[in-house]
Design a binder for this molecule. Structure first.
Ligand code: GSH
Length: 210
């Protein structure tokens, strides 16, 4: 029997992406904490698994997989019988586009700037840098409106079935929705607003992202 161990900080968005898939598939796995806030991800032991020191990493028996799109694609094949990826080639391409937009264009302005400045900096006693936040609004809006143009949004990003694209976007929205910029940035994205109303209530989301 295959042993799955997921390494990462439980509050990390990308760790939550993988856990959403594992939990939705009903698969057993171990979660081993690697704390990115105390530098544990830069230890020699962890760098031996992930040379870039990011979380998550998945260990599958003796094999190690890093990069969330590779991990989720692997798990979708081996534990979920491909049920989290559309078989239709165009829908599958849409899913991969949304995941790539999140990685390349949405994560940095939304999590790297707006969420860090609005939620993390004040929790550590600092003042948000308003100029950084202002500069992040336009790229965040561009990325979100690109996803809006690709999504079905009812109830899931690609229609009737939940997919890896949903697992990528939900953890980001958990934090983003707690910022005052959320309403402005999502104002022109009604399908994504409707999607968020639905998916934020899913039991798996409440379990993994509580
Ligand atoms: N390309 C990576 C990105 C993972 C990532 O950025 N993880 C963040 C946490 S959500 C991290 O490890 N941050 C720690 C750091 O940058 O030191 C993936 O797809 O897994």
């Amino acid at each position: 029997m295959t042993q799955l161990t997921l390494y990462g900080t439980p509050i990390s968005t990308y760790v939550r992406t993988v856990r959403l898939l594992l939990e939705q598939a009903g698969t057993d796995y171990d979660l081993e904490s690697v704390d990115i806030f105390n530098g544990e991800n830069q230890s020699a032991e962890y760098l031996a698994k992930h040379p870039f020191g990011k979380v998550p990493t998945l260990q599958v028996d003796e094999e190690v997989i890093y990069e969330t799109s590779a991990i989720t694609g692997y798990l979708d094949s081996v534990v979920a019988n491909h049920k989290f990826s559309p078989t239709d080639p165009l829908a599958r391409a849409r899913m991969q586009q949304i995941m790539a937009i999140i990685d390349s264009y949405l994560y940095a302005p939304v999590i790297g700037t707006i969420v860090i400045q609005r939620l993390i900096v004040p929790s550590q006693g600092g003042q948000p840098d308003e100029s950084k936040i202002q500069a992040a609004i336009a790229p965040a809006k561009t990325a979100l409106e690109a996803i809006e143009a690709l999504t079905v949004g009812s109830p899931y990003l690609l229609g009737s079935e939940i997919s890896i694209a949903d697992f990528f976007l939900v953890p980001i929205f958990i934090y983003f929705s707690q910022t005052p910029e959320f309403n402005t940035i999502t104002a022109q994205s009604p399908k994504i607003q409707a999607w968020w109303q639905e998916v934020s209530q899913l039991p798996v989301v409440k379990k993994v992202c509580a």
